[in-house]
Ligand binder design. Sequence first.
Ligand code: HBI
Ligand code: FE
Length: 290
Amino acid sequence: MDTAFAKNRYHGAPRAADFTIDQAWETYSADEHDRWDRLFRRQREVTKGRACAAALKAMGTLELSPSGIPHMGRLSDRLEMLTGWRLVPVAELVADEIFFEHLANRRFPAGAFIRPEAEFDYLQEPDIFHDIFGHVPLLANRVFADFMEAYGKGGQRAMRLGQLHNLARLYWYTVEFGLIQEADGLRIYGAGILSSPQETVFALDDASPNRIGFDLKRLMRTKYIIDNFQQTYFVIDSFEALLEACYQDFGNVYAEVKGQPDLDAGDVVAGDRVITRGNLAWFPPEGRKG
Ligand code: HBI
Ligand code: FE
């Protein structure tokens, strides 16, 4: 399995039962700190006018900057003051039940490794830049922070109900790839977009993807592809609206979704609140199924 995890230097580090490790902040090399700075400067530029207001505000409040890889404990002390969330260092993707257990307790598992130079522009696994630049600012927003805890608790329940795939879609189309309607236009809150220079532009400007108003049941039926931009972005009106939509018994939601066929990633169906209908030009026909 030739991925960044197989190579990353935290792989195999001593870990606790909850899969957390020691970030060993003093072991980062000058090159790794410099790589963080270059990633940060580029993404700070690209996200101007594109990141949602909450993310831009939190960048300042949390003092995120191109001054080397953050110390997760010190960053967590600032974050915890705002919303009670902390970052916990991990070596790699952790099993869903471990992930949900952390989220349910306001702990965000963040990769301790930084991507190798060869994967500067894109990597599949979440490294420290994706997790901190992408996810941490939104964890400083009180409403979104509540949503993330609720998501963790929902995940634990979904596992018991065998409905994980539906809940994973909710995470994917909001936490990772969500857009929000603001007064000045569409803005980005999804971490997978915020941490990607190419997708930060594509998600808002390109004519290829659909942009559809958030609808929980519709979204839970929609497949996704992990190694390309999104064919459809779902747009929330506010974090309050997202939290409100998820404050319901998901048991009923799963029951309703269960009886309906899945949708392909690029589908547009009757009832969709279509904000922009994409031409899917970016996506090769054979790669559109999801
Ligand atoms: N583990 N470290 C880490 N980071 C993630 O984002 C993550 C994970 N495990 C599972 C997971 N995400 C997804 O399956 C979520 O949909 C639950
Ligand atoms: Fe992520």
